[in-house]
Design a protein around this ligand. Structure first.
Ligand SMILES: [Mg+2]
Length: 227
């Protein structure tokens, strides 16, 4: 058994963030930027890029403000910034942020993720996914089968991390107490913040961490901590 699996087996429920946690976002962003630039040249207009940038910026800002109804607000702001209709922005978000990246997401999966999910489920642990974006298609393309896939865009949640509502909703659905769960995520502010407020343990997926934060250099190594 790996040291990581051994560590995680102390919990009944393991919740994973998606972007930057289950796959490397950098090659996906580079690949999508290239396609976006080509599209802008073909169209002779940067409007798609402007709309998506405004949408992404609004989502970040609304996460920090812990705003409910964030998805509709982000689309509205992106429509205003780009001069496109909200409906058009919605279509662009679906196409460029949710559908077209899927093949790149599949190729960028972190080594050891599939084996870890399988090890946890074989040991009878509950595995959930919690993302600020719709995550079902990404989880499918990554070849993962968690027990539960929850997104901040779900009506039952409607607010992004660091608000703890998504995590608390998963605890309620699985019947787990906070002390029986751990959240694995790549952002101390957003994932770590949500975990802390829900009373759930946190494990940072990343090469380095601030002192006192348990982190995971890779899924093939043991968790580490800087004093
Ligand atoms: Mg993330």
């Amino acid at each position: 058994m790996s040291d990581l699996l051994d560590h995680l087996l102390q919990y009944r429920l393991v919740v994973f963030d998606v972007d930057g946690t289950l796959y490397d976002q950098r090659p996906v962003r580079r690949g999508m930027l290239w396609h976006l630039l080509l599209g802008a040249l073909r169209e002779g207009s940067p409007r798609t890029i402007l709309a998506l940038r405004a949408y992404r910026h609004a989502k970040e800002e609304l996460a920090a403000q812990e705003a409910f109804g964030h998805e509709a607000t982000a689309r509205r702001r992106a429509a205003k910034a780009s001069g496109l209709s909200e409906e058009t922005v919605g279509g662009l978000v679906e196409e460029w942020m949710r559908e077209r990246p899927l093949p790149l997401v599949a190729r960028a999966r972190f080594p050891g993720v599939v084996e870890l999910f399988e090890g946890l489920r074989r040991a009878g642990r509950l595995v959930a996914v919690l993302s600020d974006h719709p995550a079902k298609a990404k989880v499918d393309t990554l070849g993962l089968r968690p027990d539960l896939v929850v997104a901040a865009t779900d009506a039952a949640v409607d607010v992004q991390k660091p608000h703890p509502k998504g995590l608390e909703w998963i605890l309620g659905e699985t019947g787990c107490r906070p002390g029986e769960a751990v959240l694995v995520g790549d952002r101390v502010d957003r994932d770590g913040g949500a975990a802390e407020r829900a009373g759930v343990a946190f494990l940072l997926r990343g090469p380095a961490a601030p002192p006192g934060v348990l982190h995971l250099p890779s899924y093939l190594s043991a968790p580490e901590q800087v004093a």
